[in-house]
Design a protein around this ligand. Structure first.
Ligand code: HEM
Length: 364
């Protein structure tokens, strides 16, 4: 029996129609959503990192070591529920290393920032430091957050704060199901502010004399973290993934990164999880696309219409067919639609910072 992706306590009479094609719709394969304890009403996902001119500039591990001190500080009673290291080289060749960290409430995040000394350190950072620093923190209330996993055993990101994984959900397998999984969409259209192309790549306008840029949030910014994990695949599936899916996915991510303004995407980073304990000698086995769209409708449109995601999407079904549906590749995503005050972008040494473009550099 399929269940709703929206937890019972978050369901309410709809004032806006669901996208579900018909009430008897049956997805062709199972997928699952995280169930959070009822006392979690707001989560935090933060991307805290350093930008270096090249990977060799970061080879001494100093920026990562510095952030690790705060993330693992025993002085904090509310350390992250989970964090891991991720990296990406952007289209200007800059190397970015970042912790992706989660907390079960904004209060917990703020206490951690105080008690660990992170906040004081961050505020005193020297703008002339040899590398850039960035803090991108998101504070979605759970009614603005949805997840979808193709397996009920994955432990990714916000799953570390979940109570359990749901039974197989009914809201998937059709375009628009992402929206149907967001509880607030029952009563709200989640419209954002359509950005004009100029806004995407213009340099931030509000650089302070200290070189720090704080970018204001935008109404209903849509953030997606869409991940792929082929760590436990067989050799056969691994080759199939790397030969057929990964190249198409890379193309899609490069399109969003380099031409995102054509489809309402401010920023896209195709990131690798840097996990020395679990990486196989052949290389990295987990990646995710982290992308920011001007509104949910733009993200929906890209998935449904753009050749890059359509190629990924169709490729996935051929892939599953070849494996007789014995897919062990794990895919998942976390999507949030954020109010302006649920976003915090603080960037230091901004002239180096080419990845996050000017989200709302021109205001709302
Ligand atoms: C939906 C495949 C990467 C964005 C889907 C669905 C599949 C799929 C099968 C339908 C899921 C369902 O409802 O049951 C894949 C595969 C990927 C991949 C195999 C990588 C190997 C990405 C990336 C992004 C993305 C990197 C964005 C950064 C989305 C979104 C939806 C979706 C937003 C939901 C669309 C909606 O419900 O309206 N994808 N995808 N996908 N995908 Fe992807």
């Amino acid at each position: 029996m399929l269940v709703s992706s929206i937890a019972d306590h978050m369901q309410c009479p709809r004032t806006r129609p669901a996208q579900l094609p018909n009430p008897d719709f049956q997805p062709q394969y199972p997928s699952f959503s995280i169930r959070f304890p009822e006392n979690i009403s707001q989560l935090v996902m933060a991307v805290i990192g350093a930008q270096h001119k090249s990977a060799s500039d970061a080879a001494d591990g100093a920026s990562r070591a510095t952030l690790t001190i705060f993330l693992t500080s025993r002085a904090s009673t509310t350390p992250p529920s989970f964090f891991e290291w991720t990296s990406v080289t952007d289209n200007k060749g800059f190397y970015n290393i970042a912790a992706l960290a989660y907390w079960p409430s904004k209060t917990a995040y703020e206490s951690w920032a105080e008690e660990s000394g992170f906040k004081a350190w961050w505020q005193a950072l020297d703008p002339d430091s040899p590398n850039g620093w960035f803090l991108e923190a998101f504070f979605p209330t759970t009614d603005r957050f949805e997840t979808l996993f193709n397996t009920d055993t994955a432990r990714e990101g916000s799953a570390h704060m979940g109570q359990c994984m749901s039974e197989a959900v009914k809201e998937h397998g059709y375009w628009g199901s992402m929206r149907d999984r967001i509880s607030l969409s029952q009563t709200d259209g989640l419209e954002g502010v359509k950005a004009v192309p100029d806004e995407y790549r213009s340099p931030p306008q509000d650089v302070t004399p200290t070189g720090r840029v704080i970018i204001p949030g935008r109404k209903n910014l849509a953030v997606i973290r869409s991940g792929q994990d082929w760590l436990d695949t067989t050799l056969e599936e691994r080759s199939l993934y790397l030969d057929t899916m990964h190249p198409v996915l890379t193309k899609g991510m490069e399109f969003l990164r380099d031409h995102g303004e054509e489809v309402g995407c401010y920023s896209c980073r195709f990131m690798e999880v840097v996990d020395l304990k679990t990486a196989k000698p052949e290389g990295i086995d987990r990646t995710f696309g982290l992308a920011y769209f001007d509104e949910l409708a733009s993200l929906e449109k890209w998935c449904k219409e753009h050749p890059t995601h359509l190629a990924i999407f169709k490729g996935f079904f051929q892939y599953a067919k070849k494996l007789g549906n014995n897919v062990t590749l794990r895919v998942f995503h976390e999507v949030m639609v954020l109010q302006p005050e649920q976003q915090y972008f603080d960037i230091l040494n901004a002239e180096l910072y080419s990845v996050l473009v000017s989200v709302a550099a021109r205001g709302l």
